[in-house]
Unconditional design. Sequence first.
Length: 136
Amino acid sequence: MKINHLGIAVKSLEESVPVFEKVFGVKAGETEYVSEQKVNVRKLSIDNCDIELLEGTRPDSPITKFIEKKGEGIHHCSFEVSDIVNSLNKLKEEGINLINETPRTGADDMLIAFLHPKSTAGVLMELTQFKGEETI
Ligand code: ZN
């Protein structure tokens, strides 16, 4: 298993993107709107993982709510798996609380599912599977 990306909640992509571009010395990709989460996403690819900057587009976006409660910062950590349905079933069996029992579509058209941070030391973890590897 490897880390695919870190999701960072930001108030404004316009303000944050240039800062992260300076820090990592790379240009961010185009803005992608993920309707499921009501967020605009811009990614920066660094050597071993991506940085996903997330800006809520509506008051009921999970990212807008997160920033209201905790401020800007690391929102989630995403791990790549080869068979997301199998991984979710296994984790559930092992007593891990799942936010998403079935995968949904995230940025880059990948399948994603979140684990409940209550089970994982307060860290919101996301499983990611590239759709091309879908085994269903
Ligand atoms: Zn993510």
